[in-house]
Design a protein around this ligand. Sequence first.
Ligand SMILES: [Ca+2]
Ligand SMILES: [Ca+2]
Ligand SMILES: [Ca+2]
Ligand SMILES: [Ca+2]
Length: 456
Amino acid sequence: MKKPIFLKLCFYCFISTFFLMTASYNANSESQYNLKGTLNYQGIPMSQFTNATPLFSVRNNSTGERYEGAVTYDPQDASYEIVNLDLDYIGISVYFHVSGLKSTHPGNFRISMGFDMGALSESERNSYNIGLNKIIHLTSPWNNGLTIDSINDFTTYNSQMTFQWNAVEDATKYNFIIDKYRDLDHPDGYGLIQNIIDVNIAENSYNVNLPASNEFEHYEVSLEAYNNTNQIAFYMTTYKGGYGWDFRFKAGSSDNSTWYIDYDSDGFGDPNSSAVAITQPSGYVTNTKDCNDSDSSINPDVSESCNGVDDNCDFLIDDVCNLAVNKIVHQSPTGQTNDLTPAYTWARDLASTWYKFWVGSPSGEKVFAEWYDATEICTDDICSVIPAQALTSGNYEWYIKSWNLQEKIWSNGMDFTVQAIPPSKVTHSSPSGTVQDSTPTYSWVEDPAATYYKLW
Ligand SMILES: [Ca+2]
Ligand SMILES: [Ca+2]
Ligand SMILES: [Ca+2]
Ligand SMILES: [Ca+2]
């Protein structure tokens, strides 16, 4: 099935309307009806394929209003119900994310449709089964699991390109179409120039050799899969703020570069998934340093944690965790201090991921104890904490327990003495002599050693 051009154009108009729409769907109690039925793929309930819950977008296409009410779906039997719809022209989009990154992936099954509620009988409204298609996942020259900023972001590929996509189960043929289009900023405006390729093929790849794009011109690829009787899958692209049914690009003749997909957007590419293009494709980077491109918390900039996975892509799993912890070596405080809230510092033990700090009296009475994450209190060499709790004059002993998942060990104790500096006699400032004010302000010179003052 070849889509008429006006449908493509109108789809984008509809998408922008749909995403900018903030008004809620107005309840009109007099003429509202429920719609229910089953979600199917090739006549088989979706519950046979996935227990995922689909995302629904519903709107009144006559008024442009978005439906904000609840849509119920039962993954056990793939039944759905939408309540309080007007007898009007209704638009419904349904899509299932079975795999891939939800935020970017166009989904695995999908349908976008419009119909006239008023034209349905009550029995038809009670058994309105919706058939979904699969989404075809392109793997070369671009990956439609990624999102691009705008439909007018064109990557330039070499004229000789290979299109490749994941085979769709049960597909007997693919309809592969390339049309040449005018860009939006072409003097004559966006529009079709000519069809370049329109072939039905059994294989899930196709080589092309395209003329280089002229100024203000680009290509659009659409791709559909069929079994013996029906269309069963189609290509989709995700844009920021919308979806489209085609892949848009330009062709050039200068030298190619190889780019690597960065599916999880952590800045590091997957060495196993590359694109050859003249300009950088959206969602691709030049490096191949990601060892898990579906998890942005795994990349070479991350510190290794003791969690059973290689967090920092050095091909070593939890290597930092197998080190024996060492008894820590105190630095300060020791001896005598006047500081009631001294900083406690010790040499960092690189094998320790946490430290337990303890300070108490020489007889073992606890004054303060706390756990600290090594990454939060240590530089490369030194760890340092300043507990908020102030000490009073007296003798103390402090300990540090070095800890990682494998073991823990207490340090020896270190003694210190707090000797609060005695306060000096206060030097008055005012009032003095004769004053008129019956509630004068009393002021005096601050004594750094004093913690309280008594006014008499
Ligand atoms: Ca990545
Ligand atoms: Ca990653
Ligand atoms: Ca590692
Ligand atoms: Ca790890």
